[in-house]
Ligand binder design. Structure first.
Ligand code: MF3
Ligand code: CO
Length: 256
């Protein structure tokens, strides 16, 4: 069942969304050559606590990993797709890209967003990877409209990514969000005709999160049981926003 939120609930989700936005803005400024992914974690944890919020990821049980996640951020560098873990030994350096993904719960409602940040100058192909992934998210956001269907959103990401020569990760998907971090429906970044294709209605909120590989689409999980990396070692980018369906079009909750 896809839960539809009232206007008052959407206002609460808006507050979570804006907190996540502020955190990511701060981390975007911090992320630089010589900074560790754990430095980012510490700053984010302070901001979440300071705002009286709860981290969405820390303590979240993931069956595939067989344990609860231990950090407020996922920091996924270069060929890491998602669920990279903050580590004081992982020092960002020029030419890297780092996906920073975080979520919070405020007043019972979740917000979840991710950005991929370049460290100094990056090569041209990787620039294009970031640009195309961001564009795919923006095009998909514009499809989050009353009367459209889920496949309109998924298919828009897939089409933009593949027509630019990149590939969409299939093992990880976006999701509904509200009083739970992960609600129905799943939001794949490709059209999966075996899945349902619900019509979008006002009050639905989708976390749309394209994960895009420069090379082949396959993902493998490292022996740490969390970090998903590209099988071929190519770079991967990830951007995410929470988007509400309203009578007046898409409302991106995770940016001003
Ligand atoms: N943004 C991701 C998601 O929505 C991050 C989840 S990390 C986890 O699934 F540890 F909490 F699972
Ligand atoms: Co998410």
């Amino acid at each position: 069942m896809i839960v539809r939120k009232t206007a008052a609930e959407l206002e609460k989700m808006r507050r979570s969304g804006l907190l996540v936005f502020q955190i990511l803005q701060k981390l975007r400024e911090m992320a630089a050559d010589g900074v560790s992914t754990m430095d980012l974690e510490v700053a984010a944890a302070e901001m979440i606590a300071g705002a009286g919020a709860k981290p969405a990821f820390k303590g979240y049980y993931v069956p595939a990993a067989g344990q609860a996640y231990k950090f407020v951020l996922c920091t996924s560098v270069n060929d890491e797709i998602v669920h990279g873990m903050p580590n004081p030994k992982r020092i960002l350096k020029k030419g890297d890209i780092v996906s920073i993904d975080t979520g919070v719960k405020l007043d019972g409602y979740y917000g979840d967003s991710a950005i991929t940040v370049p460290i100094g100058a990056i090569d041209e192909q990787t620039e294009k990877l970031l640009r195309v992934t961001k564009e795919a998210l923006e095009l998909a956001i514009d499809r989050v409209r009353n009367g459209n269907r889920l496949f309109d959103v998924s298919g828009t990401v897939e089409e933009h990514v593949t027509s630019n020569g990149f590939s969409v990760v299939r093992e990880y998907v976006g999701h509904g969000i509200g009083t739970q971090l992960h609600e129905e429906p799943q939001v794949p970044n490709y059209v999966d005709r075996r899945n349902e294709n619900p019509r979008l209605k006002p009050g639905m909120v989708l976390a749309v999160e394209p994960m895009v590989n420069a090379g082949r689409p396959e993902a493998v999980v490292r022996r740490d049981r969390w970090t998903a990396v590209t099988k071929d070692g190519s770079c991967s980018a990830h951007f995410e926003h929470c988007v509400a369906v309203t009578e007046n079009g898409p409302w991106v909750l995770t940016r001003p």
